[in-house]
Design a protein around this ligand. Structure first.
Ligand SMILES: [Fe+2]
Length: 427
């Protein structure tokens, strides 16, 4: 195990997970003095009836001897786009001010969580220029309370100190990182994810698995994030196929929610690496959903780093495949078995979703059958990726030519030729 000389770990103050966990939300809010929240959500979540579910739980909250402890949702902001952006944050913050809110309840996936974090910054600190707080650690102030109720098991944003918000005018995605951005409480209730369709479940679940694995191999890893990563890998590998076979299996949905939360906590502290570097840029250039990019790229990211961290990759076989298979596999073969296991899991998801879930970039298609990514996009994505900071946490030193190789392998679906990797750290 690589032990850092120094590390800093920040986590959620309160995590409430379990069947019926949502019912605990009013009590937690009252204990932190919140009574007039702005509820932030999006239209898909509303249409699935999940916003109504949260409103009914909050509406049913009773004052506990003191009228000030009753929760009254002051307003619902549902105008969140698929990719959170600065205009949506400004609209949400205006609503927060107009309705005299005192806290935020975020009900949704990653974009809703990021938008809520943006509204939280602007509403607490004032001003309109969110970018003044961009980057790592510039935000140094306690913010208004934020309560996070995730409706996907993927982004883990309810556990992270990160928000990624697109500048509406320039189109650039700007990241904000600070321990003060971590929600005050995260509520993980399987009722919030049982309606998620199979393809979304598969894609978001592979995002969670990627967070856990990338945090585990990152140059910034630490023992606390490692513990969270290994637990998350085990829970995700065991439960992801199950929630697609039986979406209403609340026990497996809960375990996926916990996996995603642990993976979020892990990468929030240890960062991610080449899979996210390339995935962010494939998403920007071609508009491929983040979780789909993660599922396609994850095995190639490990293959790319294989010569640097064989022993660490081999440790992942235990949570991925269980004790019996780990013991039966020769130690020298375990790293390759990990990569095969991830490809096997992706293949299983492909079959379970009636082949909707793609295994290579070549197979991502629009509804009319046209290709979303063409081979000529590969150099464009690789050049853009040179500016993505997550590459600096990758064990191998990433360069343009290696990124093209990884993308080509993931495009056509062939194993990466280790002999062609430039091995930057060994020059
Ligand atoms: Fe991700």
């Amino acid at each position: 195990m690589r032990l850092p000389k120094y590390f800093h770990y920040a986590g959620t103050q309160r995590t409430i997970a379990g069947h019926g966990a949502l019912r605990k939300l009013p009590g937690i809010m009252a204990s932190l003095g919140s009574s007039r929240p702005l509820l932030v959500t999006d239209r898909g979540v509303q249409e699935a009836g999940l916003t109504e579910l949260v409103l009914s739980v909050l509406g049913a909250s009773k004052p506990s001897g003191n009228q000030e402890n009753a929760i009254t949702v002051s307003a619902v902001f549902s105008d969140v786009p698929a990719d959170s952006d600065t205009h949506a944050v400004a609209r949400g913050a205006a609503m927060f001010r107009e309705r005299n809110c005192d806290s935020i309840v975020a009900v949704g996936g990653g974009s809703v969580m990021d938008t809520a974090k943006g509204i939280r910054m602007v509403s607490t600190l004032g001003g309109d220029d969110l970018s003044a707080y961009s980057g790592a650690g510039r935000l140094q102030e306690t913010l208004i309370p934020l309560y996070a109720v995730p409706t996907t098991s993927g982004s883990g944003s309810e556990a992270t100190q990160v928000a990624v918000i697109k500048d509406h005018d320039t189109g650039r995605k700007i990241s904000y990182t600070s321990p003060y951005l971590i929600p005050d409480a995260a509520v993980l209730d399987p009722l919030m994810t049982v309606t998620l369709p199979p393809l979304m479940t598969a894609a978001t679940g592979m995002d969670a698995l990627t967070h856990a694995i990338e945090a585990f191999i990152s140059l910034a890893k630490n023992p606390l994030s490692d513990s969270a990563s290994l637990q998350a890998v085990e829970l995700a590998a065991r439960n992801l196929p199950q929630v697609i076979i039986n979406p209403h299996d609340e026990e497996s949905r809960l375990q996926m929610a916990v996996a995603s939360h642990l993976a979020g906590a892990a990468f929030s502290n240890s960062m991610v690496s080449i899979v996210h570097t390339l995935g962010h840029c494939a998403g920007s250039v071609c508009g491929i959903p983040h979780g789909i990019c993660m599922g396609i790229l994850l095995s190639y990211g490990l293959e790319y780093n294989l010569h640097m961290i064989r022993s660490e990759i081999s440790l992942l076989l235990l949570p991925l495949r269980g004790k019996a298979e780990y013991m039966e596999t020769k130690p020298s073969k375990r790293p390759e078995a990990v990569i095969a296991s991830i490809r096997g899991l992706a293949g299983h998801l492909h079959e379970l979703t009636a082949r909707q879930y793609p295994l290579r970039f070549r197979d991502v298609q629009r509804t009319d059958g046209s290709l979303v990514m063409e081979p000529q996009h590969i150099p464009v994505i690789a050049r853009l990726a040179l500016g993505d900071p997550s590459q600096f946490y990758n064990p191998e030193q990433v360069d343009y030519h290696d990124m093209v190789r990884v993308l080509e392998a993931a495009y056509w679906g062939y194993a990466l030729d280790q002999g062609l990797v430039k091995k930057g750290h060994q020059k």
